[in-house]
Design a binder for this molecule. Structure first.
Ligand SMILES: [Zn+2]
Length: 291
């Protein structure tokens, strides 16, 4: 959620950057088709090569980092705000349900992908202050979080006793799952995030990402929410066509909310499966390797 002052600054920096030439932040193609528009000068473009929807003009990399270190605040507070000790105890005892951060649905998914295994090695990429890593760890998994914001990373290490690092070079290898939830839509370099995920997985490991759904089926069902979902905080708007393109060499499963883990079967990953895409949250699960 942006304050009025941030909105004005966003509009001004968009105006100043409107001379920028179009370049897809994923594949660097210069071919963009207009999908939507905001505040006169800010557009949502679809790359005509890889089908990523991206905001134009785009931020500079250093602008992005300082934004997340200092200004970023989701309206639900828990994503970025740090709770006091009493609130934290209450959240822990209620399994983060009141904050809508309960991780059971992710754990059900992992159990479907690795039946009977409760000691999975998981990277929680973009872990914020560790509320999801904490729940994965409590369920018996070995979790390493990654978070660029130093205050949030240290809060989690100190108060939730989870392992969170802030340097991608320190992430460990040989993981069963590279997990991210509501991170890829903020990421300035999706190609490097996907490459990193793949490099950290075991043979037969999974890249899993949850994010707002930019697919056309969702836009048709709910055009107002589609319009609201992209902007300063979400420079990328992920959709099924983009995932189908970038993961064409791997088996994948693409679905939108409500996501029913019970429908998933590991054998589905011998193929490519795309479910109904009209829900507001998009999930992609990609299998790397043969085992
Ligand atoms: Zn592209």
């Amino acid at each position: 959620m942006l304050t009025e002052k941030q909105k004005i600054r966003y509009l001004l920096s968009s105006l100043l950057a409107s001379g920028q030439s179009v370049q897809c932040p994923y594949c660097k193609s210069g071919k963009g088709r207009k999908i939507d528009r905001k505040y006169l000068v800010t557009k949502l473009l679809e790359c005509q090569v890889c089908h990523l929807y991206f905001r134009f003009p785009i931020d500079q990399a250093n602008e992005n980092e300082s934004f997340y270190q200092t200004e970023y605040q989701e309206s639900d507070k828990i994503t970025t705000g740090l709770p006091d000790p009493d609130s934290l105890d209450k959240m822990k005892s209620e399994g983060f349900r009141a904050e809508d951060k309960n991780a059971d649905r992710y754990l059900e998914l992992f159990a479907k992908l690795f039946p009977g295994k409760n000691n999975l090695r998981i990277i929680d990429y973009g872990s914020s202050w560790g509320y999801t890593s904490y729940q994965f760890k409590k369920a018996g998994h070995q979790v390493q979080g990654f978070e660029i914001s130093l205050p949030r990373a240290s809060f989690g290490i100190k108060n939730l006793e989870v392992d969170i690092c802030s340097d991608e070079k320190l992430l460990r290898n040989e993981n069963h799952i590279f997990f991210s939830s509501h991170v890829i839509e903020h990421h300035p370099d999706i190609a490097s995030m996907v490459k990193l995920g793949k490099s950290l997985l075991v043979d037969g490991g999974y890249f899993i990402a949850f994010c707002p759904n930019g697919s056309q089926a969702f836009r048709q069902r709910n055009p107002e929410v589609f319009h609201r979902f992209w902007g300063k905080v979400h420079p990328n708007f992920l959709n099924a066509e983009f995932y189908k393109h970038i993961f064409e060499d791997q088996p994948y499963y693409i679905a939108s909310s409500p996501i029913v883990a019970g429908k998933l079967h590991p054998l589905q990953f011998r193929d490519k499966v795309v479910e109904d895409l009209s829900g507001e949250e998009l999930m992609v699960v990609v299998k790397y390797g043969k085992s």
